[in-house]
Design a protein around this ligand. Structure first.
Ligand code: DLL
Length: 431
C-alpha cells in the first residue's frame, strides 16, 4: 500500500517544483535563525532567493559532523527551546554526541515519513508491530513507534534487549511485524533456537530493519529464519531519524522522502556533485525541518541514486542500500579495505555465518589484520587437517579480494558478541 499516494507518486517535475519552493524557505529560515548558517551565507554571499534550482545548492558549503559538534548542544537549533517538543541524540562513538530537536510540526512530518516506509514495507492497520529498537535518546524506537501508530497498527513498544522476553511476546501476543536492526533479528532467531521455539509457532509476516548495513545475504537469512518479508530502512538522527528512505515490496532500492529531503551524491574526496547512478557520499538537505534544519549535510554513507520510476508506482528517487561509510574505510598497510568486502567474501564461503569481526592492530611498524569468523552450527570439523585447509581457503580468498593478507581465526558459533543494537564489525586497536 502507498501511504500518501498523492505525494509519493507525484510526477518528478511537480516534485522538483515543490522541492525548490520548500528549499528557498528552508534556506531563509536557516539564515535567519541559525548563527552558523547566517555566518556562512554572509561570508559566501549566498542569497537564499537566488537559489533558483536544486542544482544551485552546489554553491553552498557542506555541513559536517564537526560543525554540529562545535555547536553542541543547542547551537544549530533554529527555534527557541520552548518550541522544541522532543530531543534525541546520536551516541557517537567518538567525541560529543549530536543533539537534535523537533518542533510540533517536525514530529508530525516524522510520523508521516515513517508511516510511508512502514506501509511500503507491508505494514497495515491490521498488524501487531513489535518495536525492538531502543526507546531513548536513539531515534529508532520512538521514531518507528510514531509511524506505526499513525498507520493505526497495534504497537508493542518492546524496546531492545531481554531477547527471551522478546520472543515470548512475539509468540504470545501474535506479533506480525518485527522492527529492529538486522543483526538483532538474526540474534533473535538464534535465541529462538535455544528456546526451542520454531518459526511456525510465530505469526510474523513482515520485518522492517534498519539502522545498520544489511547485505542481501543477511536479508535472505532473516527472511528464512523468521519466515517474513524483510525491508531495509535508512535514516540518521541529524536529518530526522528513521523515515528518510525505505524499501518497497520491490526491494530494489530505498525510496527517499524527496518532498522532505533533497539528496545529492558527491565525490567524498573532491566534494564534486556526481550524476545519478554514480557511487559516492550521500549529502542531504532538509526541506521542512523547523527545529534542526540541515543544509548539505555530509552523511558519510556511500550509495548511489536511481531516478528511474519504480514498479511500485512511487516516483521518489531510490537510493541503493548503504553498505559502507567513508569513515569505516580501514587503511591496512596502505590498502583501503571496507567491511562490506570482507562480508562479501564470507558470503561466498559455505559454512561461515554472517557474524564476523575485523580486528586491526599494529605490531611494530606493520599493521596486522585478523578476521574472526564464526562458523555455522554443525560445521566444525573434528579433523585438524580439514580445519586448517578451510581456514587457508578463506585466507586466500580474502587476500585476493582485499589486496592485503590477513589471518583468519575461526570461532565457534555464538562466540562473537551479539547485542540488541548495531553490530560492531570493526575493532581498530591502532587508534
Ligand atoms: O540509525 C536511524 C535509524 C533507526 C534508521 C532505525 C533506521 C532504523 P543514527 O543512530 O543517527 O540513526 O545512525 C545513522 O546509521 O548514517 C548510517 O551510517 C547507518 N544506517 C542507518 N540505517 C541504515 C541502513 C539511525 N538501513 C547511521 N543501512 C547512518 C545502512 C544505515 N546503514
Amino acid at each position: 500500500m502507498i501511504w500518501n499516494k498523492k505525494m509519493e507518486t507525484l510526477p518528478r517535475k511537480q516534485l522538483e517544483q515543490i522541492q525548490i519552493e520548500r528549499l528557498q524557505s528552508a534556506l531563509n529560515r536557516a539564515y535567519k535563525n541559525v548563527p552558523f548558517y547566517h555566518r556562512i551565507f554572509e561570508q559566501q554571499g549566498i542569497v537564499p532567493e537566488k537559489i533558483g534550482s536544486v542544482a544551485d545548492l552546489a554553491h553552498i558549503p557542506f555541513t559536517t559532523k564537526e560543525d554540529l559538534r562545535n555547536n553542541y548542544p543547542y547551537g544549530m537549533f533554529a527555534v527557541p527551546l520552548r518550541d522544541i517538543v522532543r530531543i534525541h541524540a546520536s551516541s557517537g562513538t567518538t567525541g560529543k554526541p549530536i543533539v537534535v530537536g523537533y518542533s510540533v510540526n517536525d514530529m508530525r512530518h516524522w510520523a508521516e515519513v515513517v508511516a510511508r516506509i512502514m506501509a511500503a514495507g507491508g505494514v497495515t492497520k491490521e498488524d501487531i508491530v513489535q518495536i525492538a529498537f531502543n526507546y531513548g535518546l536513539f531515534t529508532g524506537g520512538f521514531g518507528l513507534h510514531s509511524g506505526a501508530e499513525t498507520i493505526g497498527a497495534t504497537v508493542i513498544p518492546a524496546s531492545s534487549g531481554n531477547s527471551r522476553r522478546q520472543i515470548i511476546i512475539m509468540k504470545d501476543y501474535r506479533t506480525t511485524a518485527l522492527v529492529c536492526t538486522p543483526s538483532y533479528a538474526l540474534y533473535l532467531a538464534e535465541v529462538m533456537g535455544e528456546m526451542e521455539i520454531r518459526k511456525e509457532q510465530l505469526a510474523l509476516r513482515v520485518g522492517l530493519f534498519g539502522g545498520e548495513p544489511c547485505s542481501e545475504n543477511m536479508r535472505v537469512e532473516i527472511e528464512q529464519k523468521l519466515d517474513l518479508s524483510a525491508t531495509d530502512n535508512y535514516g540518521l538522527s541529524e536529518i530526522m531519524g528513521p523515515g528518510v528512505a525505505g524499501e518497497c515490496q520491490e526491494k530494489d532500492g530505498l525510496h527517499l522522502a524527496e518532498d522532505h529531503f533533497i539528496a545529492e551524491i558527491i565525490d567524498p574526496d573532491t566534494g564534486q556533485v556526481l550524476p545519478y547512478g554514480e557511487q559516492g557520499e550521500l549529502v542531504l538537505t532538509t526541506l521542512t525541518k523547523e527545529a534542526f534544519p540541515m543544509i548539505r549535510y555530509r552523511t558519510h554513507d556511500i550509495t548511489r541514486l536511481n531516478p528511474e520510476p519504480c514498479r511500485c508506482g512511487r516516483s521518489h528517487l531510490r537510493m541503493e542500500r548503504v553498505r559502507d561509510r567513508t569513515d569505516d574505510m580501514l587503511i591496512i598497510r596502505g590498502v583501503n579495505v571496507y567491511p562490506s568486502q570482507v562480508e562479501s567474501v564470507l558470503t561466498e564461503i559455505e559454512g561461515t555465518s554472517p557474524h564476523y569481526q575485523i580486528v586491526v592492530d599494529r605490531k611494530g611498524p606493520l599493521d596486522e589484520l585478523e578476521i574472526l569468523v564464526e562458523v555455522k552450527e554443525g560445521f566444525f570439523f573434528d579433523e585438524m587437517k580439514r580445519l586448517r585447509s578451510f581456514k587457508e581457503e578463506i585466507e586466500e580468498k580474502m587476500e585476493s579480494a582485499l589486496g592485503v593478507s590477513g589471518k583468519i581465526k575461526l570461532v565457534e558459533p555464538k562466540t562473537l558478541e551479539r547485542n540488541a543494537g548495531k553490530a560492531q564489525r570493526v575493532v581498530d586497536r591502532r587508534k
